[in-house]
Design a protein around this ligand. Structure first.
Ligand SMILES: Cc1cc2nc3c(=O)[nH]c(=O)nc-3n(C[C@H](O)[C@H](O)[C@H](O)COP(=O)(O)O)c2cc1C
Length: 206
């Protein structure tokens, strides 16, 4: 069974390298990760006053993320931090209080940059928000992809063969395994408690 993955790209740029990295990940694991990009460019800025009557774009975004089994963030770094458009999307999905669509969703964070430190600052700011949002974040491999440029991609828009593709390929496999482990352990725990409840009931009536 393929897990449904919501991919949130922190760049609105048409030729975004992060979007192309995300596309490569989707292509590599099409057999067991059913990926869709969730657009964030049209989301009105988060304003708590609107929660009583939310804009339809917020509702669409919350529904798309809510239905996913996991979330993959692929983002650039802006001024050593998280791009505003991505922070806004995270804020929109996290509210109303107690109804966050991110809660308990396994996730991974990838940042790509032409620079040499691969968006490390943004990566960890996303991670910081995800900790608060109670998302089990894949720890390894970390993905600070440095020196990524237009030259890194082929005409199909995906990463060319080489060390970067090998790294992304390993990451995609690890992300699948991570999402599977989280969901499978929850399923087993639920089975265990259902079984324990049945046993307790049987004991009561014995
Ligand atoms: C407003 C702005 C701030 C940026 N700040 C950083 C930065 O702090 N670190 C970095 O590595 N690159 C920075 N860059 C360069 C981006 O990494 C580069 O433009 C990258 O291609 C953006 O990602 P995208 O191709 O997915 O849109 C910045 C770019 C912009 C437009």
């Amino acid at each position: 069974m393929a897990y449904k993955i919501a991919i949130i790209v922190g760049s609105l740029r048409e030729g975004s390298i992060n979007r192309r990295v995300a596309r490569t990940i989707c292509g590599l694991r099409g057999d067991n990760l059913d990926c869709s990009m969730v657009e964030i460019g049209d989301l009105p800025l988060y304003n708590q006053d609107l929660d009583a009557n939310p804009p339809e774009q917020w509702t669409r975004f919350r529904k798309q993320v809510g239905e996913a089994d996991g979330v993959l963030f692929c983002s650039p770094e802006y001024n050593r931090g998280i791009p505003g458009v991505l922070k806004n999307a995270i804020d929109v999905g996290s509210r109303p209080y107690g109804q966050s669509v991110f809660d308990k969703k396994p996730a991974a964070i990838v940042t790509a940059s032409p620079g040499s430190i691969g968006g490390f600052g943004a990566n960890h700011q996303i991670r910081q928000a995800a900790v608060f949002l109670n998302m089990p974040i894949m720890q390894q491999p970390e993905a600070y992809l440095g020196h990524v440029s237009d030259d890194s991609f082929g005409e199909d828009g995906c990463i060319k063969e080489g060390p970067l593709k090998d790294l992304i390929s390993g990451l995609a496999q690890s992300f699948h395994d991570w999402v599977h482990m989280i969901h499978e352990s929850r399923r087993l725990l639920a089975e265990d408690s259902a079984h324990a409840a049945l046993q307790a009931k049987a004991k009561e009536h014995a």
